[in-house]
Each structure stands twice: as structure tokens, then as C-alpha cells.
Design a protein around this ligand. Sequence first.
Ligand code: HEM
Length: 314
Amino acid sequence: MSSWRPAHLLIEEDFGYSYVCISDFQGQRSWSVSRALANLFSFGHLTGKIGKSGKSLTEDTQAKGQKPQMKTAFIFALLFLAAAAYPRKNGKIVFPAYDDDEHVWSAAGAGDVRSPCPALNTLANHNWLPHDGKNISKAALMSALTDGLNVGYDVALLLATGAFSDLGTPETITLEELQKHNMIEHDASLSRLDNYLGDSTKLDQTLFERLLNASSDGITISIPDFVKYRRERQEESKTNNPSEVFGKKQLIAAAGEVVLVSTIFGSYFSGLPVEAARTFFGSERFPDGWTKPAFPVFAAELIPQITRVAWQCS
Ligand code: HEM
């Protein structure tokens, strides 16, 4: 059952950019919109005073002669359209189960191929993607992300489009093809050796242990823990790999991986539990007792967080 409830509206300042942060009841998830957008859509009149100045957005919008109610109706219309886009069966929105008989975990067998991405490998091991890791269409990749992990449609579309266009827009791909170096696959991975130094589709035991030990409290790998370990890995790649490439594209991809894994299997705010990391990276299996996020993981939530992590890792 969903425990999601919007609870806080606050204004945050980051990199000189001011935005409104809507956070959930437990403070585990947050969605950010620019302050200008929030003003435009008049979230403020739902909540009263939220600005640092103590001035409510209602006052702001009313001062500008705008009608907050009209704009709220517009927001609800947009949300309604987004809900209408979800798959349905007999008129009801379908949220597929992930632990039914069809999705029981089994390891990759002979002839099965896997990628450098623990999430896609996990989806294949749980049959959200073809278990052999082959003949994957863009639609199948998107369905696996949305149904298996509750990634939002916008994020699924961005990721799948990126992967398919990097591989020359074929009809189908195999997981193994995602190993293509310096496309999505990059140097300085958390748990895999650089392509130059080994096989990036395979977990490296030493790096895996180091990743788990990156947790400063031994319980969760927090975002600051990830950032510290990431920076170490980036330095090591620079020193040990003569063909090292780690530019802006790789930095953003690497930050995206950290934020996605923390959000989906833990929380951006409280971190990724070490035990969840052990199961996810180590066995490419959904962590015990894990349930997919109650609310889809949309780009609006991820983008400010990825920007922040990329900045901290650079
Ligand atoms: C279409 C969707 C996706 C594609 C094509 C993709 C592809 C990749 C690739 C090629 C890598 C290797 C990067 C490297 O060299 O380190 C990677 C790493 C990674 N991916 Fe994905 N991925 C996708 C979705 C996801 C999702 C939804 C998650 C969230 C759980 C995720 C989590 C990770 C993590 C944590 C790593 C880092 C592994 C490491 O550094 O050891 N990916 N992904």
C-alpha cells in the first residue's frame, strides 16, 4: 500500500538557483520545481507562507493579478493526463506485481548475456527483461524499467532512447552490447574494473568490498559516502588507466547511477542500506523485503539531485 503523502513545501537554494522543493511525508523523496514555475502554477496558495521572506506565493501571484485557482486546475488537468497515460486493464490502472511466480530470481545461465549495469542485469534475472539478455526492444526496456522498478515514463524514455541511439538505433539490443566503451559504459565504475583493465560486465570482488565499506556508519551508503568513494575511483582511473576518459557525459551518467540506485533501493536522503547494496550489486537480485517505490521516480525528482552529486564528484 502506498505510504506516499505530500507534506512539505520549502524553498531551497543551490548553486545560486532557487527552487521549491516538495518533499514526502517521511522526508525520503522530494520533487523540485523552479521557483518561477511554482509561482506560475500557484502551489503557494495551497500551503500558505513558504518563502524565506515569509511572503506567500498567493500574495505574489495575486499581486501580479493572476488567478491561483485557474492555475491549480491546470496542474490537476496535467496530472489527470499523466494518470490517463498509465496502462489499464478493465478500466483500472495496472501496477504489476514484481514478486509473482513469473518474476522469481534466477542467475544468468549458460548462453545468457549480461551488461555492466546491475539494474538491467537484475531485471533480466527476475524476468522483467528476457532472461537470456537478448532481443530487447526499446518498448520492452521501457516496460521493464516502469513495471519492474517504478521508474517514471519520462526517465524510462530518456534512458532507453539514450541507450538505443548510442547503439545506432537498432530494432533490438542485447545487454552485452551496452558494454560498448565510452557510450554509456564508462571508466571509474563503483563495482567494475575499467574496460582497459578487465571485463566491465563482471563484478570485481575487491571493488565490491570497497563499495560496501564506503559506508561511514556500516549501515547505509549515504550520498556523501558515494561521493567520497566515486572521487577515489575517478582518481584511481586517472592514475592506473592510460586510456582513461571521464568527461562531463561520464560524470553525469555516474552521478545518475548513484542517485537512481539510492532512490530506488533506499533513499536519496537516508542512503542505500549496505545489505540492499550487497544483494543488488553482489547477486543482481532485488533486496530481501524490498518493494518498488510507491510513487514513480520522475525526472523532476532526479535532475536536481543528479546535478548536485555530479557537482560534488567533479
Ligand atoms: C535503460 C536504462 C539503463 C541503461 C541503458 C543502463 C546502462 C548502464 C550502463 C551501460 C552502466 C555501466 C556504467 C559503468 O561503466 O559503470 C550502468 C551502470 C549502472 N547502472 Fe544502469 N542503466 C539503466 C538503468 C539503470 C537504473 C534504472 C538503475 C537504478 C537502479 C541503474 C543503476 C546503475 C548503477 C548503480 C550503475 C553503476 C555500476 C557501477 O558503477 O559499478 N541503471 N548502467
